[in-house]
Write a protein that binds this ligand. Structure first.
Ligand code: NAD
Ligand code: ZN
Length: 394
């Protein structure tokens, strides 16, 4: 607080208010079937008697995998014309990390929002993987200082993690998520039908975030993952749906009840395994996806937790076994890449993390299965040993 006794301070008034947020996360199938009321219900959830205008932005691979989708959305709007009005036609957005890397994407989205005359009482709906949701969510959050945003995550990763949270961002200046906002969405609709067209590699990648959140928060969920690893590796739909629901709930609980939804402090428990994952994505020029990098990052930090004395011996082997059973490849040569001075390039990931967060470096490690713990320094020699261990295991 300012010192009012200072001769330069005439007076101080403290402004203080809090804002409550809530948003539904709906689990459904066939969301654009005309008899499915989920979307109509979320659009009308605060103003029932009104007709709500909405524009739709869709991941282009979701469109190419579901050629009927745009027609279904138009038919849905027609069937629910009493409550909902589709503005224009669904707009295709290039899928994947390209949508976050390409500096033209956000300005284009803002132009489209403007052409479609989306205002603060109408909706920008995004359907797609985590990358498209991040880019459209960011544009929606700055257009008119924020318009209502509904997400339809279409990947395992986005349904079980990124799509149910409050963050969105694009990459800039070679840094992951450098530009973005904290902006709770209006609603999320997790439609499991979208996963049918998802390539196996993407289905698997998303499971890394479920393993991550089980490891830091929920021992029983980790046991369930171990018990059901074979079915999950086959992408059995009921198992995948259960994984998504449990993981989404744990992410929601951390954001809603963890005490720091907008990450003002230094701790980032949901970023367990991510200091190295983000760097690996960058070092490999996105040859490995976010989820695949998180799988490696989790395995690396599991080993680090053991050799730094935080986690009981052999628990790292158990974690590695689960990830391998799920089909993860837990090695990439970029792990041992060095810079011009012979230092491990991966270590720059820690510096990037510190710079991004500001304040004290805070990294989540494991004190047990289901129990994350914060540390404020990592030993580069032990990181090197952890990488060597991963190389042996691979
Ligand atoms: N905002 C957050 O809190 C948060 C959290 C975690 C991750 N993320 C971000 O999410 C992104 C990764 O998301 P992702 O794993 O969903 O990958 P992605 O968005 O890159 O999608 C992967 C690929 O699958 C395609 N695709 C998406 N849905 C499909 C479907 N149903 N059928 C066929 N193809 C489909 C996409 O076009 C893309 O080519 C990263 O940029 C990551 O940083 C954000
Ligand atoms: Zn992640």
């Amino acid at each position: 607080m300012l010192d009012q006794s200072s001769s330069r301070v005439d007076d101080v008034r403290l402004q203080s208010f809090s804002v409550a947020y809530d948003y539904p996360v709906v689990f459904t199938q066939g969301a654009f079937g005309q008899d499915n009321r989920c979307l109509a219900d979320v659009l009308t959830r605060r103003e029932a008697g009104k007709r709500h205008r909405f524009a739709v932005f869709v991941d282009d691979r979701v469109i190419s995998s579901n050629p009927d989708l745009t027609g279904q959305i138009a038919a849905y709007a027609k069937a629910h014309a009493g409550h909902a009005e589709l503005i224009g036609v669904p707009v295709a957005v290039a899928g994947g990390e390209a949508s976050k890397n390409d500096p033209e994407v956000v300005p284009r989205l803002l132009s489209q929002l403007s052409e479609l005359a989306i205002d603060r009482h109408s909706y920008a709906i995004a359907i797609g993987g985590g990358a498209v949701l991040d880019a459209v969510g960011y544009a929606a959050s700055i257009f008119h200082r924020g318009v209502r945003h509904v997400r339809f995550p279409t990947t395992v990763l986005a349904q079980c993690d990124s799509g149910v949270g409050v963050k969105n961002a694009v990459n800039s200046r070679g840094l992951k998520n450098l530009i973005g906002t904290f902006s709770p969405p209006w609603a999320i609709i997790n439609d499991s039908d979208f996963l049918e067209t998802l390539p196996p590699r993407e289905k698997r990648a998303g499971m890394a975030e479920a393993v991550k959140v089980a490891l830091i928060r929920d021992h029983d969920f980790f046991l369930w993952l171990e018990d059901n690893a074979v079915a999950l590796a086959r992408f059995s739909p009921p198992h995948l749906n259960r994984l998504i629901k449990s993981s989404a709930e744990l992410h929601m609980r951390q954001i809603g009840a963890g005490g720091d939804p907008f990450e003002s402090g230094s701790a980032r428990p949901l970023d367990f395994g991510h200091w190295s994952a983000h760097k690996l994505e960058q070092l490999t020029k996105n040859a490995i996806s976010h989820g695949e990098a998180v799988g490696i990052g989790v395995a690396l930090d599991a080993r680090y937790s053991v050799i730094s004395g935080l986690l009981a011996k052999r628990e790292d082997e158990r974690i590695l076994r689960l990830l391998k059973q799920l089909g993860f490849v837990l090695w990439h040569d970029a792990l041992k890449q060095t810079d011009s001075q012979g230092r491990l390039s991966l270590l720059q990931g820690l510096a990037d993390f510190r710079e991004h967060l500001g304040g004290e470096l805070t990294i989540t490690q494991l004190a047990g299965i289901g129990r994350g713990i914060e540390v404020h320094a990592m030993n580069p020699a032990l990181i090197g040993d952890s990488i060597a261990w991963l190389a042996e295991q691979a």
